[in-house]
Design a binder for this molecule. Sequence first.
Ligand SMILES: CC/C=C\C/C=C\C/C=C\CC/C=C/CC(=O)SCCNC(=O)CCNC(=O)[C@H](O)C(C)(C)COP(=O)(O)OP(=O)(O)OC[C@H]1O[C@@H](n2cnc3c(N)ncnc32)[C@H](O)[C@@H]1OP(=O)(O)O
Length: 265
Amino acid sequence: MSSQNLVTVTPDKDNDEIAIVTMQRPPVNSLNLELLQALSKTLDELSTSDFRAMVLTSASPTVFSAGLDIMEMYKPDLKRAEQFWSTLQDVWLKLFESNLITAAAINGHAPAGGCLLAMSCEYRAMVSGKYSIGLNETALGIVAPRWFMDCMLNTISQREAEIALTTGKLFSVEEALKVGLIDETAKDKEDAINKCLGFIEKFESIPPLPRSMTKQKFRANGVQWLKANKQADIDEFVHFLKFPQVQQSLEMYIHMLKSKQNKSE
Ligand SMILES: CC/C=C\C/C=C\C/C=C\CC/C=C/CC(=O)SCCNC(=O)CCNC(=O)[C@H](O)C(C)(C)COP(=O)(O)OP(=O)(O)OC[C@H]1O[C@@H](n2cnc3c(N)ncnc32)[C@H](O)[C@@H]1OP(=O)(O)O
């Protein structure tokens, strides 16, 4: 699939000021460099368009996004790894600080980087079912970057975030609702999108500029560190990838994901 088709933007059928942004990198929307570049370009285009709001969702029937593509980190080309991490930083900053009203219709699993994308939006509706969402990095033997943590702190309480991050917790839909990691549950993707549209409607009579400036002031603390430390953060990521133990963990994790599939066949 060409990178142009990895993300589609369609106006909502009843309101052409609302963009439905759909990630479609089968099978699980894992975030590789090309999907991140497509998201970054989409966010740039939306920021200068007539759209005033966006709903982020996925074309997969069961996965919102499986997070970062493990293959970008396993035996990486280091130049590409730098570009990969820098693009992820840009996507996060563009989405988290977007002038648009942003909502996520989470129609399936959203671990790690998938949870980051959802938390970067202002509102989350998640389809009920045996899905999970959370920053599970410690359970994989890695540490979530500081700005992933800041993003979670913008969503749930410091206490809940510390426990979730240190335990690498993947929340069930019900648990996520209880702690406020998601705002509402939905019966299916259409219902999740409708709930996002309901959230967006709340701003009908609010002028866009003071709205987005207020949002950005609320979010300024979270982005400050990354803006001041972008290169150091990239260097740390690349340095981390060079450790033999990290590559070994990645190899084991990839085997685990593949054998999980074999077992269910
Ligand atoms: C382990 C990492 C160790 C070290 C990292 C080193 C340095 C990093 C330093 C800092 C980075 C920190 C930030 C990390 C953030 C992240 O996002 S890490 C990624 C975390 N993601 C996950 O743990 C999710 C893994 N996937 C799943 O749990 C399931 O796939 C999921 C519940 C999403 C869906 O389940 P299901 O529908 O049953 O699908 P399958 O499991 O059968 O998967 C289908 C195929 O997709 C492949 N796949 C799944 N997830 C990923 C992925 N994240 N990256 C690449 N590929 C993935 C899976 O292997 C199957 O492939 P196959 O069909 O067998 O070829």
